[in-house]
Design a protein around this ligand. Structure first.
Ligand SMILES: Nc1nc2c(ncn2[C@@H]2O[C@H](COP(=O)(O)OP(=O)(O)O)[C@@H](O)[C@H]2O)c(=O)[nH]1
Ligand SMILES: [Mg+2]
Length: 287
């Protein structure tokens, strides 16, 4: 089993030198084989040279965006990069590059996934979870947004819809790409909406979710948040419309998918699939 760690990074030159060694230490201590995929989203600080400094020391690959494309395209490219290289039994974790997600939780996520779930999320809203260093204003917005998401997209096992620190069984990400193709992350230019969309699309696929309590360490963040609140809020609203739209919205388009996928995965892919998932050769050419 290989653990693939996807790390979106946009101007994270201060936090990466703190985060990467801790991540390596946490996984090495447990003897977990891992590969780190950093997606540099067109950083205009010294993030690229910080990453080159780690290249020889850690098992890592860097996917580079020459322009700042936003979190949606960054998550998509990180997940696709891994999906064509990993084995179905591998694990994919995505955490943030701003050092607010303690790598110690990786072990909790991996252990929980071994119990048979498809997705394990970290959750600030479970007993023992919380957030340190978050302003009252931001905490209130985040709480409100999560209530909104819960009301609209209720997913059993999920309380924290907006924290992107999650572990996925690699096979479900591969299958989601086979089924949704480029529409797996459809809302790309709308701030951080993609983090929620991944959950919703995997729910429509019939995945089983669980959470582990998690404390967000916002006090460790060196700079300000890059979240564009207004755009992300607009994204949630657009997503609700797409989800419930009676003429080909997600709920109607993917009706029956979850049940079929659980009963007969191959048939579900044949009936609903819209994407191929090529294997990538060592030379990096799609086969
Ligand atoms: N790709 C991409 N990643 C971003 C962008 N803004 C932030 N990120 C990354 O997405 C993650 C979340 O951003 P962050 O500033 O931590 O938001 P916050 O934690 O909600 O305050 C971090 O790993 C960032 O490096 C962006 O415009 N594009
Ligand atoms: Mg963050």
């Amino acid at each position: 089993m290989m653990l693939w760690v996807v790390l979106p990074a946009y101007n994270e030159c201060e936090s990466l030198p703190r985060l990467l060694p801790r991540l390596d230490e946490a996984l090495r201590a447990e003897g977990i084989a891992y590969r780190l995929v950093v997606v540099d989203d067109g950083s205009d600080d010294v993030t690229p040279s910080v990453l080159s400094g780690f290249a020889g020391r850690l098992p890592m690959e860097v996917v580079t965006h020459w322009f700042n494309r936003g979190l949606g395209e960054t998550e998509r490219d990180g997940l696709e990069h891994v999906a064509v290289r990993c084995e179905p039994d591998d694990i994919i974790v995505r955490l943030e590059g701003d050092d607010t997600h303690d790598p110690a939780y990786l072990l909790h996520l991996v252990r929980k996934l071994a119990e048979g779930y498809d997705v394990v999320s970290t959750s600030r809203f479970r007993p023992g979870g919380g957030q340190i260093g978050v302003s009252r204003y931001r905490a209130t917005i985040s709480r409100g947004a999560n209530l909104f998401m819960k009301a609209l997209f209720r997913i059993p096992g999920v309380r924290d819809y907006s924290c992107g620190y999650r572990a996925y069984r690699a096979s479900v990400i591969q299958d989601a790409l086979r089924i949704y193709g480029n529409l797996f992350i459809q809302l790309k230019g709308l701030g951080f909406t993609s983090t929620l969309e991944i959950l919703v699309k995997l729910h429509l696929l019939g995945c089983r979710f669980v959470e582990v309590p998690f404390v967000l360490r916002y006090d460790r963040k060196p700079g300000a948040s890059k979240m564009v609140t207004n755009v992300t809020t607009l994204g949630y609203v657009v997503m609700a419309v797409l989800y419930y739209w009676p003429f080909g919205g997600w709920l109607s388009r993917y009706r029956g998918l979850a049940r079929l996928y659980r009963q007969n995965r191959d048939l579900a892919i044949e009936r609903f699939g819209r994407g191929r998932l090529p294997r990538q050769s060592a030379s990096g050419i799609s086969l």
